[in-house]
Design a protein around this ligand. Structure first.
Ligand SMILES: [Zn+2]
Ligand SMILES: [Zn+2]
Length: 341
């Protein structure tokens, strides 16, 4: 499916829908305008099915909207962030088009040296899951179903490392760390191609900062504050920014959506505290996560535990929580949390 957007300056942005994870649809964007060669933003997950949906999208765009467009016209590939559902197809599209690849410097090692980052990530995730109270026999199945493992995708050279405020073609780069260390959004005219920063219906996945620096809820909250400030600043200039996220529909009123995201995130934190208040004994992150999400699906477990751990980390910083078993961590690494009573 193709959606077409046109900026107030006449730049055309086509959103191509594709299957990016077994249960998740997502979008890549193809950008056309005068004075620059077509730009591809994000590349799908790299499975043959995802790649062929994107190629079909290109064919449809050439047939119905941009006559004479050919794959090899694409000279630049931009990545919002280095999560597999956004950059997994980069190696394929780089070779198919001959385009150069650009992403934020903090996410570039995942793209350029995936196996190295995945191996280090796996090691950290194992320690993390023990700390969360995962039984030893469940650690490997949980990590396998999450799938951040060496060999999942082929590494690709990154030609240009981006920083906040850079411009590349018609796009201005805005750095919004939190969901990933090098998460960026591209401002093109009155559109912001926003990756996973804010979604139309669901809350963005948050990771605990102790697994990866520059993630975590504090950083994420700062980033959505920064996003709101950007939108309001553009409003002052007479420009209404429309947010094109990497999943779910376009967000026409992003300031309103940010307020809803903040309220929902706050409610989730309050629910977490309530779970601990009502429980007679301190709970591990795994135990809290099960009560918070009621998830039984193995493939969702890691996402739920990470979101819970990120909130525990935040609430601990805020002084709301204590590690109740701090004097027994030598014999059992699972931290048990309680509210400060
Ligand atoms: Zn993501
Ligand atoms: Zn995503």
């Amino acid at each position: 499916m193709i959606e077409r957007f046109e900026t107030d300056g006449g730049i055309r942005i086509y959103r191509i829908e594709t299957q990016v994870l077994p249960h998740l649809r997502g979008f890549v964007n193809l950008v056309f305008g005068d004075g620059f060669a077509p730009i591809l933003i994000d590349t799908g997950c790299g499975t043959p099915a995802s790649t062929s949906e994107i190629l079909d999208g290109f064919t449809e765009i050439a047939a119905n909207h941009e006559p004479n467009f050919h794959l090899t016209d694409i000279q630049t590939i931009l990545l919002t962030h280095a999560h597999i559902d956004h950059f997994g197809g980069t190696n394929f599209f780089r070779h198919a088009t001959g385009a150069s690849v650009a992403c934020h410097r903090y996410d570039s090692r995942v793209v350029a040296s995936y196996d190295e980052r995945a191996a280090v990530g796996l090691m950290r995730h194992r320690t993390f899951l023990r700390e969360c109270g995962a039984p030893e026999e469940r650690i490997e199945p949980i990590l396998l179903s999450f799938g951040f493992v060496p060999g999942r995708t082929r590494s690709t050279t990154v030609d240009r490392l981006l920083s906040d405020g850079d411009t590349i073609g018609p796009a201005t780069v805005h750095h919004f760390p939190g969901h990933s260390a090098g998460h960026i959004a591209f401002e093109i005219g009155n559109y912001l191609v926003g990756g996973d920063l804010v979604l139309a219906k669901t809350l963005t996945q948050i990771w605990p900062e102790r697994i990866m620096p520059q993630t975590g809820l504090v950083r994420y909250n700062e980033s959505i504050d920064k996003l709101r400030a950007l939108i309001l600043a553009r409003q002052q200039e007479g420009k209404q920014l429309v947010l094109l996220p990497g999943h779910e529909e376009a967000i026409l009123t992003p300031v309103r959506r940010i307020a809803k995201v903040e309220a929902a995130s706050k409610r989730r934190n309050e629910r977490l505290l309530e779970i601990l208040r009502r429980c007679d004994e301190p709970l591990t992150c795994m135990e809290i996560s099960r009560r918070l999400y009621l998830t039984s699906h193995e493939s969702r477990t890691f996402f739920a535990v990470c979101d819970t751990a990120a909130r525990l980390e935040y609430l601990q910083l805020e002084g709301e929580l204590i590690a109740a078993n701090y004097d027994h961590l030598d014999s059992d690494p699972a931290v048990r949390y309680d509210v400060r009573r």
